[in-house]
Write a protein that binds this ligand. Structure first.
Ligand code: GTP
Ligand code: MG
Length: 530
């Protein structure tokens, strides 16, 4: 009985079915756009008793767009403003306890995440936990107390519960849903929704769609456990089970998204090759979300396309912006997606293509919000996640640390000693421009170090071959008359070691000055800050 409609459909659209390559009788699923009503009807007959599972499959079939987001529908994330009750776990001991932060700061960040969506936190409770792994997360006493708090009306008017933990497993999700009869959110789900609402470009939307799939799989698994009518092991005449069909659909979707992302990645890689060929170095600006990455790039480049915003994950796309270093070399600043703590690696992994830009940069600048009370823990999160990107050692050991928003600090000297003991950290303000010139100089230094280029100032005859040689083989910043002899020029150049060796070989009486002398000679670039 269950398969009769499917068989009928199979017969009704045979040409399409056969060409789709999908095993009968499910070939029609590939032609979903053409006959959504029939499919919907069919799926209903297939999934009696599980509206949720039916909806998911139906949309998987009906929406062929790779970037379509399932979050709103299937993760049950409503579009309207929500009032959530925040339950903040406080890990008492063990390796998962973060000694650099407090549960109050974690709760504050969770509140900001929710507010980024335009939602609100009605109330917050912090409860101690031994670990986050048990089915009810909290001990039985605290769990009962939580139930009582919510039942007693203390959390009146709330539309859901936000468990301020990384990601809940199916059992935990079910335990909380059964106990509270309200939608349950974890950090993954909230961050995913922020990503979804901030994604603008096709690449960002595709990455969000990819990040949703693990969650979608877990919703499916939960639906298997929940529904009474569903028959996961029912087999069609071709031997395909319901679960097999579902798996197949998600796999198809995943490979479609990955393929499309790969295409965009190939284009990105091509752009990069052109950049490398033209010797345009890139400087990746990374850091915890909302630390001021976009603002710093805007201050360095005056690029009006950049719009810094006071919200988490304002930037979801990697963009590059040209700016000048003090030696007049043009560099591309790469604006990146912010890091955040307590997010499963699979979410970060979906953004791998974007993060790849960091791994191939010539310099990495780590921006910190030094005015943030959680600045130490944020720094550790970023360094940890940078490590997970498997950056080459030359980059990792040369990360420039920038303490931004120092205009917000009244006791800068104390902060320098207590929070930032590193001597070589720079202090900037993207708002006042403080420290930006020093940052440019440091980026230039590290760029030269990382790329093996050196800066030299050459004394060359006005009418010799040397000048054209240097213009051809090096990057000439500027040339000026030699004040001691008008027959000569002083030419300031960035040059590779091999080119320098060739120059010395070709022009036996070569005279050049080192970088320090060159800096002393540089009188043309005025400092932007007072
Ligand atoms: N007072 C002060 N505010 C700053 C400074 N730098 C950035 N901000 C503000 O901090 C907020 C976040 O700035 P963004 O530049 O968007 O931060 P981001 O790191 O790019 O953030 P995401 O892209 O969301 O990860 C904005 O409101 C900025 O105006 C600074 O040096 N001083
Ligand atoms: Mg940004």
């Amino acid at each position: 009985m269950r398969f009769s409609t499917v068989r009928w459909l199979h017969c009704a659209s045979t040409p399409k079915l056969l060409s789709s390559g999908f095993p009968p009788p499910f070939a029609f699923l590939k032609t979903g756009k053409a006959c959504p009503d029939i499919i919907s009807q069919t799926l209903r007959s297939f999934t009696t008793g599980s509206d949720k599972a039916h909806e998911i499959i139906s949309d998987l079939v009906n929406d062929s767009s790779e970037e379509y987001s399932f979050a709103r529908e299937y993760l049950r994330i409503p579009g309207t403003k929500q009032r959530l009750f925040l339950v903040q776990p406080r890990i008492k001991y063990g390796p998962r306890r973060n000694m650099l932060t407090t549960s109050a700061l974690q709760a504050a960040e969770n509140t900001t995440l929710v507010e980024t969506l335009g939602w609100e936190i009605a109330d917050t409770i912090t409860l101690p936990v031994a670990s986050l792994d048990s089915p009810h997360i909290f001990g039985s006493g605290n769990f009962a107390m939580l139930q009582e708090t919510i039942r007693s009306g203390a959390a009146k008017g709330i539309s859901g519960i936000f468990l301020g933990a990384n990601i809940l497993n199916n059992m935990q999700m079910k335990a909380f849903r059964d106990a509270f009869h309200l939608p349950i959110y974890d950090r993954y789900r909230i961050v995913l929704e922020i990503f979804r609402s901030h994604a603008r470009t096709r690449e960002a939307k595709l990455q969000v769609a990819l990040a949703e799939l693990p969650y979608l799989r877990s919703v499916f698994r939960a639906a298997d456990g929940d529904s009474s009518g569903i028959q996961p092991q029912s087999a069609s005449s071709s031997g395909q089970t319901w679960i097999g069909l579902r798996k197949q659909l998600i796999q198809d979707r995943e490979s479609k998204i990955r393929k499309e992302l790969e295409r965009i990645r190939a284009q990105r890689s091509l752009n990069r090759q052109t950049r490398t060929k033209n010797e345009i170095p890139s400087i990746a600006i990374v850091g915890y979300t909302n630390c001021g990455k976009t603002s710093i790039i805007k201050a360095l480049t005056n690029d009006s396309n950049l719009v810094p915003e006071n919200k988490l994950f304002a930037t979801l796309d990697v963009t590059s912006h040209a700016g000048q270093l003090p030696n007049n070399i043009t560099a591309l600043y790469i604006d990146t997606i912010g890091f955040i703590s307590d997010i499963p690696t699979m979410l970060i992994a979906s953004f791998a293509a974007v993060l790849e830009e960091i791994t191939v940069a010539d310099v990495i600048v780590h921006v910190r919000d030094i005015s943030h009370p959680d600045t130490k823990s944020q720094k550790e999160t970023v360094l940890q996640q940078l490590k997970e990107l498997n950056l080459p050692e030359r980059l990792l050991s040369n990360v420039i640390e920038v303490c931004n928003k120092c205009d917000q600090i009244s006791n800068l000297e104390t902060v320098k000693k207590e929070i930032v003991p590193e001597e070589d950290a720079l202090f900037t303000s993207a708002v006042t421009g403080e420290g930006l010139y020093a940052l440019r100089e440091r980026m230039e230094e590290v760029l030269l170090e990382n790329s093996g280029l050196t800066e030299k100032s050459f004394r060359v005859p006005q009418s010799g071959k040397e000048l054209s040689w240097l213009y051809r083989e090096g990057h000439v910043h500027f040339a000026e008359a030699d004040p001691t002899d008008s027959e000569f020029l002083i030419v300031h150049v960035t040059i590779s070691p091999s080119a320098l060796a060739r120059y010395v070989h070709e022009f036996k009486k070569a005279v050049y000055l080192d970088r320090k002398s060159m800096r002393a000679a540089r009188v043309r670039t005025p400092k932007p800050e007072a």
